[in-house]
Design a binder for this molecule. Structure first.
Ligand SMILES: [Zn+2]
Length: 409
């Protein structure tokens, strides 16, 4: 039985034993390993006195019923990336169980029902359907997409879930009983560590836009074409990349832009590239600022194309709007941290989380604890036990406000 919260670290090591063989943690949705981990969590929560049930998407819920059926929900995801770490998702799940349990032990029956959620397929590592669990809770699963989503071996989500013993019928009704959602997660960056802070309170999860920029010039002989007579797609693309990144730096934090892919055609050492395609990923927590940055860098690239005598085609292929977290909940978390003398900051999340799906559905908050060296999605993921504990403390204080006071934010 859980007596002190010092054993969060131990509990993380326990959950980490549910992993496919190989380096790091591999726990993919609906696999034997995932199924065993889910069953173990179910038994653990039942032992602590939670009412536990599952749903068709593989989510698992553990409830402490309150006087009111309105729900304060907290949790994160159980699935991992391939060869990931032991904290991503797992900490949010175990911290939620610990925080709910301890708050309950301390204060007894809550006013509102406290519910731990263990989400399925946040990462999209097995099926091309990231956030499946939180989308299911909020009624945002697209049936057609669901039917077509299959893993690398061609196994569909439905076939896999039946195989894993998940037999509940699909229900596309969104939950309407959730008043608040709280997730805690490792930062997956190094801002907190660099500042020596224990907690990040996330103001918003950034919006993202992704593009392919295709630069078309003239392929020609590398030896016989004098420099002034070239329309070199690579030279123009290089200038564009340099200038757009410069513009991003000039605009400053929290704007980020990344060119992560580049493909030259025909791709020979002795041919001037006739065509170059590069990707662009731009993120900002404010949609208007994101739009303005995208317009600016697109303009810069078009001017550059003209100057180099090449043409440019810009193909947008992904847009995700920024998701603001509940300012009322952030305010409560702010208050808790300052009162308890916990070093914290307000910040943005540059990565996606279940809280971004939940945040479109109900007031939601997201807390970060530091990641050592900013490492994540890697077996070397680590967070100091002190931070794991402080995160749970803040969650307990927050649950006390949100689930126990009749009038909360
Ligand atoms: Zn995660």
């Amino acid at each position: 039985m859980l007596k002190t919260k010092e054993n969060i670290h131990e509990k993380l090591n326990w959950l980490a034993t549910f992993s496919d063989p190989g380096e790091g943690i591999t726990r993919l949705l609906f696999t034997k390993t995932w199924q065993q981990a889910r069953e173990a969590l179910q038994a653990y929560m039942e032992e602590l006195g939670f009412d536990v049930r599952g749903d068709a998407a593989g989510n698992l819920y553990g409830r402490i019923p309150g006087r009111s059926p309105r729900v304060v929900m907290t949790g994160s995801h159980l699935d991992s990336v391939r060869s990931g770490g032991r904290y991503d998702g797992a900490y949010g799940v175990l911290a939620a169980i610990h925080a709910v349990y301890h708050t309950w032990c301390l204060h007894g029956t809550p006013e509102k029902t406290m519910e731990v959620v263990v989400f399925s397929e946040e990462e999209g590592s097995r099926f091309p359907y990231a956030y499946l669990g939180s989308r299911y809770v909020t009624g945002q699963v697209d049936p057609e997409r669901l039917e077509n989503a299959a893993d690398g071996a061609g196994v569909t989500i439905d076939a896999a879930r039946i195989e894993a013993g998940i037999t509940e019928a699909w229900d596309d009704t969104p939950r309407t009983d959730i008043d608040q959602f709280l997730e805690i997660h490792i930062e997956q960056g190094r801002q907190l560590e660099a500042a020596g802070e224990s907690i990040g309170i996330v103001d918003a999860i950034v919006g993202q836009q992704r593009f392919y920029f295709t630069v078309s010039g003239q392929a020609n002989h590398a030896g016989t074409t004098p420099m002034p007579l070239r329309a070199d797609a690579m030279e123009a693309a290089a200038a564009m990349i340099h200038r757009l990144l410069e513009e991003t730096r000039r605009r400053g934090d929290p704007l980020v832009a990344t060119v992560g892919q580049l493909d030259a055609s025909p791709g020979s050492v002795n041919v001037i590239p006739g065509s170059v395609t590069f990707s662009l990923d731009v993120r900002h927590p404010d949609d208007e600022a994101l739009q303005a940055a995208v317009a600016a860098v697109s303009g810069i690239c078009r001017d550059t194309a003209e100057a180099y005598g090449v043409s440019l085609h810009i193909d947008p292929f992904m847009t995700i709007d920024a998701v603001p977290m509940s300012q009322a909940m952030c305010h409560d978390l702010d208050h808790i941290c300052s009162r308890d003398d916990i070093a914290y900051r307000r910040m943005y999340s540059g990565a996606g989380h279940d809280a971004q799906v939940m945040g479109r559905h109900c007031p939601s908050a997201l807390l970060f604890v530091p990641s050592t060296d900013g490492i994540s999605h890697n077996p070397k993921e680590y967070t100091e036990p002190q931070y794991l504990d402080e995160g749970i403390t803040v969650m307990q204080e927050a649950l006390t406000i949100w689930a126990y006071k009749e009038e909360s934010s």
